[in-house]
Write a protein that binds this ligand. Structure first.
Ligand code: S3P
Length: 443
């Protein structure tokens, strides 16, 4: 994982254009939720298409330690499928040691909401990167509901949580558009007395609101608001996880940059809270399209197609759209580096608090390519350089961050000279077969 150093990986140019149809692994956000919500529910839930990655395994191991019985098995397509028997109204058991969330912010933050209504004491830990990420945003509202944390004012992991059986329902006006924060509060609210409401300054991903009703929780969801009515007993559900748009984004951007490419990605989530990157690419003049083919529960899915686009132009992405593409800013920045004119991402301060300081990493990595990128306050500016020639022998630092590793890998894959990327193995966090899948699209 991101704590251990290995030799930088050499990423060679793909032998041809990207061509054909593929699928990407299951959505990471929905996979985490499927595991955690099923563990909270009474009975055995059936899950299909779950992402098999180190992040999702952190959630699986966490619920196992708390008493859920997980019988997911590897499928020929690489996904996990099977049952999760939850603890239901009996609650989780006191684990016999700390819960290590590894690199997974989603596991750590959502788990705090999962544990909130139970009278057990759990120490939550993470790897070096996760131990630097802000947690106060989650502990602050949960403390208002009656949960105790030790140390009480802790900003970062490790943190010990002691839940409370008589949680207070609250209305919380979140200072940021964060689906992790929203989910932690709503999960706690399921067992509080009354309606728990979460309001946010702009729209964040809504998988929790779409999935909780499948588990029998009365949930309402609006543009920037969501409520759950407690106390509710969760029952088991059947969940099919669609492909991850955040993984698809790397294939789409590779196709846009590699001459002659034309790809189709099937069975991928087309939830508009996640497809902001496609709207941005369209505004940049990219040849991309979507077609809805069905829905898994309330999650729409379909086909994304993308073709090589030689002439892209910069655009401005307003702050209220950032949550819909927050994980795609690194790869969009690389596309912007090839476009005519300046691209501006407004209010991207959250990027400093991801698996690494992604703002700093984008500016430094693009500078290695000879591209001017800078921050002014909370905004990121990239001055595109059409026809950009990649110097030989570049070594990019992934900072142990899966999305940076894949972004910098695209420089080598879509270009004419190899590049090296440090700690490339961290792609295991979200897309373990990324390189193989890219190779398979070259015939
Ligand atoms: C996620 C929400 C986002 C996102 C992360 C996954 C989720 O984080 O960046 O990769 O599954 O809820 P924030 O809630 O911090 O914005």
């Amino acid at each position: 994982m991101s704590n251990k150093a290995s030799e930088p990986k050499i990423i060679k140019p793909l032998p041809s254009a990207l061509d054909g149809t593929m699928t990407v692994p299951g959505d990471k956000s929905i996979s985490h939720r499927a595991i955690l919500f099923s563990a909270m529910a009474e009975g055995t839930s059936r899950l299909l298409g779950v992402l098999d990655s180190s992040d999702v395994r952190a959630s699986i191991e966490a619920v196992q330690k708390l008493g859920a019985i997980v019988s997911l098995e590897k499928q020929p397509d690489g996904s996990l499928a099977g049952g999760v028997e939850g603890w239901g109204p009996a609650g989780p058991k006191q684990p016999d040691g700390p819960i290590d969330c590894g690199n997974s912010g989603t596991t750590a933050r959502l788990l705090m909401g999962v544990l909130a209504p139970w009278d057990i004491e759990v120490r939550i830990e993470g790897d070096e990167s996760l131990s630097k990420r802000p947690m106060r945003r989650i502990t602050a509202p949960l403390m208002k509901m009656g949960v105790q944390f030790d140390p009480a004012g802790a900003e970062t992991l490790p943190i010990t949580e002691r839940g409370c059986r008589n949680l207070r329902a609250i209305t919380y006006n979140s200072p940021m558009a964060s689906a992790q924060l929203k989910t932690a509060v709503l999960l706690a609210g399921i067992r509080a007395n009354g309606t728990t409401e979460l309001n946010e300054p702009s729209v964040s991903r809504n998988h929790t609101e779409l999935m909780l009703p499948e588990y029998g929780v009365e949930t309402t969801a609006g543009e920037r608001t969501a409520q759950v009515k407690g106390p509710a007993t969760m029952h088991s559900a059947e969940i099919r996880v669609p492909g991850d748009p955040s993984s698809a984004a790397f294939v789409v951007c590779a196709a846009l940059m590699k001459p002659g490419s034309a790809v189709q990605i099937e069975n991928v989530s087309l939830n508009t809270a996640r497809t902001g990157f496609l709207m941005t690419l369209e505004r940049m003049g990219a040849d991309v399209a979507t077609r809805r083919t069905g829905s898994a529960g309330k999650e729409p899915y379909g086909i994304i197609s993308a073709c090589y686009t030689p002439r892209l132009h910069g655009c401005e992405i307003p702050g209220h759209k950032i949550a819909s593409l927050v994980d795609e800013v690194p790869v969009l920045s690389l596309v912007a580096a090839h476009a005519h004119g300046i691209t501006v991402f407004r209010n991207v301060e959250e990027l400093r608090a991801k698996e690494s300081d992604r703002l700093d990493a984008i500016v430094t990595g693009l500078a290695q390519l000879g591209v001017d990128a800078w921050t002014e306050g909370d905004d990121l500016f990239i001055e595109g350089q059409p026809g950009l020639v990649v110097p030989e022998g570049l070594v990019f630092d992934s900072h142990g961050d899966h999305r940076l590793a894949m972004t910098w890998a695209l420089v080598g894959l879509t270009g004419k000279v190899p590049v090296s990327v440090t700690d490339f193995d961290n792609v295991d966090v979200s897309y373990p077969d990324f390189l193989d899948d890219m190779q398979k699209l070259c015939h």
